[in-house]
Structure formats: structure tokens, C-alpha cells
Design a protein around this ligand. Sequence first.
Ligand code: IPE
Ligand code: IPE
Ligand code: MG
Length: 241
Amino acid sequence: MFFKKKQIEKIDMNRLPVHIGVIMDGNGRWAKKRGLPRSAGHKAGADSLKKIVTACNKMGIKYITVYAFSTENWSRPKEEVEYLMNLLLSYLRDAENTLAGENVVIRAIGSRAELSEEIQEQIIKTEKFTANNTGIVMNIALNYGAREELTTAVKAIVEEGISVEEIDADLISSKLYTKDQPDPDLLIRTSGEIRLSNFMLWQLAYSEMYFTDKLWPDFSVKDLEAAIIEYQRRNRRFGGV
Ligand code: IPE
Ligand code: IPE
Ligand code: MG
């Protein structure tokens, strides 16, 4: 008997990306295609995220950073921003039951001062609640922008009076929200847009980029596997030969 190899069996589990970055894009278009309000797309996107994080954790991926709200997303209509903030709040709350049970460590990266007190408190709670888990680390990029991150890092370096001789790439990395974490090996962006939109500009210096037309709510575990298979086909040279 001949059995076709399952897609997941094509993945070399010894060469998994350690850290995956995801620009979860296309929620609005997903909803529009169905004649639904954009909020329905965001809701479906949140469900998609849970599935993907759980699958990554099972596979043995160590870190995932997901772009949930950018520093530029405040320019959207007030109702959409409000909906997204409420969705993120309930996601963080719910994560204590569901993702914590899956052993996920949850962290928020981005500038917190502009977020409501309720969200800020929930972030602290969820981070504390999941801190001792031993599974995948999930960074939720919330009010995140790489330029804000780098600007904040430069300010800290100046404020701390660090001398010019001490400043190198490692020092700068240590001032970013992702300090103590490896850079993403693989970046996935959905919805057909081929740009970074201010996501992890420093950390993505040598990441492999994977762009797919799939809209984020449609992005499945199969699509994740396909991205990893493609990643494993790439030849990473890091400037060498
Ligand atoms: C991504 O989906 C989610 C966020 C940016 C919060 P979009 O809302 O950007 O969806 P499109 O790009 O309009 O389809
Ligand atoms: C990037 O998507 C931000 C998030 C996915 C949270 P956008 O939809 O905001 O990016 P642009 O506007 O298409 O560049
Ligand atoms: Mg978009």
C-alpha cells in the first residue's frame, strides 16, 4: 500500500524556527468578503491566533511574536479601535484559562502608557499568571511600533549615561522589548501585503520572510506547516558564503 506523506512529516523537527514573527493581516478584508462588519473579522482573527499558537507550542516552537495592534492603528475609526481594545482585553483575560492551560507564557510588548488602565492591569495579571509556564513564549505586540521601540531604547541609553565605547549591537538589543529573546528566524505576513509596517525592524535583520495571500482568519495549521517547510528549504547565509 502506498500512503502519501502527510505534510507535517515533511518538517524536520530538529531544524524548527526557534522564533516566529507574525503580521496577522487581512481581518477587515475577510469580513468584507462575507458582508460582515470589520469587527467580525477581528473576532475570527483572534480565534485563528489561538489555534496557531497552540499548534506552534505542540510542535516545539519556542517563541512567537504576533502583531496585534500597531502604534499607527490608532488612526482607525474610534469604534474599530475600541472594538480591538476590548477584544484584546478579553483575549488576555481568557488566556488565563485557555492558553495558560496549554502552558503558554504570555507577554505584551509595546508602549503601555497609551493603553487604558484596565488593559495595563490585565497585562500585568496575565504575565504574572503565565510566567512560570514552560511552553512557548508568546509576545503580543500591542501598541507596538519598531520606531517607538528604538526611540525608547536610544533614550534609555542616553539617560543611563552609557559611554560611546560601550554601545554595540548587543547593547541595543538589550534595550528592546525582546531583550533576552532570540531574533525571529521566520516572519510570516498574511493577506498579500509585502511590507513590514513598522514591525520588529531591528530584530528581522536576518529573518526569512514568508508572504501569503491567505487572509489571517483563514490562515490554518496547514498553512503554518507550509510556511515552515518553505523556511527549511531556504539557505540562510548571514552574509557568509
Ligand atoms: C489586521 O487586519 C488586524 C489589525 C491591524 C488590528 P486588518 O484590520 O488590517 O485587515 P485589513 O488589512 O483591513 O483587511
Ligand atoms: C499591520 O497591519 C499591523 C497589524 C497587523 C497589527 P496594518 O493593516 O495596520 O498595516 P498596513 O496599514 O496595511 O501597512
Ligand atoms: Mg491590514
